[in-house]
Ligand binder design. Structure first.
Ligand SMILES: [Zn+2]
Length: 298
């Protein structure tokens, strides 16, 4: 079976992106996988934040993903999304996650490098198929709907630091900041700085040539916080070199609103699967629309 980095490589060569969607319950997980397959994705990443993992359970998430991967005969990769320290990443790797994001971007730069490198080395020692993502730059926001967030170019991933970070940590994927934020804001327009992304891509490509020599690996750039962005901004970022796009908040909103609608429509309905099923249809619509966007310009 091909590993996640193999699928990311195909995406990079084919100039499309692989979607990453979060879940905390089995019904949402199934909805994501069904929609991704139906929409024509080559593979899909599903993620649990530390909070989501705490709710569903790491071992449970691993077993569910394995069962659904087999049932749908479709490549699904489970990611530990924004795990904040080495111990949590180690726990996810021990549970059988295919991928981890060590998010130490709020630590001083050298501490970020140190802990990210520690996770990369540990993952490699356990299973070389595991893909590790690091994060550089200050990604503001939370996975919620918010009113307004100040976005400053000072928060952006600096291209020279990206090169330096990659050569020290040797992560497979790098989460970059170029105007993106986590969550949805209601009182401002989210806008990506594609020219800044292009400068990061140039710097990373020079790092990649070194990687090729070291490990025969490449580096994949990741867009977080794509909820709330205009479609054309997402497509422009993929054209400029993004190969993995994270959506979470729009799915959460679809799920929540779907449940509310179903309960309002039948206030006496007590069977969870009856009021959850329509909400999953709404989640599937969002996933399907996003996947089609990621592969639209190919
Ligand atoms: Zn994220």
């Amino acid at each position: 079976m091909l590993n996640l980095n193999d699928y990311l490589k195909k995406a990079k060569n084919g100039h499309y992106a692989i979607g990453h969607f979060n879940f905390a319950t089995a019904d949402v997980l199934r909805g994501i996988i069904e929609a991704a397959k139906e929409a024509g994705a080559s593979a899909v990443m599903v993620g649990t934040s530390e909070g989501e993992a705490g709710f569903i359970g790491m071992k449970e998430a691993v077993v569910l993903v394995a069962a659904l991967r087999e049932e749908y005969d479709f490549p699904v990769f489970l990611n530990a999304d924004h795990f904040k320290n080495f111990e949590k990443c180690k726990e996810a790797i021990g549970a059988g996650y295919d991928s981890v994001i060590i998010d130490a971007s709020r630590l001083p730069y050298h501490e970020n490098i140190a802990v990210t490198k520690k996770v990369v080395d540990y993952a490699q020692s356990v299973n070389p198929d595991i893909s590790v993502e690091g994060e550089l730059g200050y990604l503001r926001g939370t996975s919620e709907v918010q009113r307004k967030i100040e976005i400053s170019p000072a928060d952006y991933t600096q291209p020279n630091l990206a090169f330096n970070f990659l050569s020290h940590t040797k992560v497979d994927r790098l989460a970059v900041v170029f105007g993106n934020i986590h969550g949805i804001v209601t009182e401002q327009t989210e806008k990506l700085d594609i020219e800044h992304l292009k400068r990061i891509v140039l710097a990373v490509n020079s790092a990649r040539s070194i990687f090729h020599f070291w490990r025969n690996r490449t580096v994949y750039l990741v867009l977080h916080g794509a909820s709330g962005l205009k479609d054309e901004d997402v497509v422009a970022s993929i054209k400029a070199g993004i190969v993995n796009v994270h959506f979470n908040t729009e799915l959460r909103v679809a799920y929540r609103e779907g449940i509310e609608k179903a309960i309002h429509a039948k206030p006496d309905e007590a069977a969870p699967y009856k009021y959850l099923a329509p909400a999953i249809e709404d989640v599937k619509k969002v996933v399907s629309q996003k996947i089609k966007l990621f592969i639209s310009h190919v």
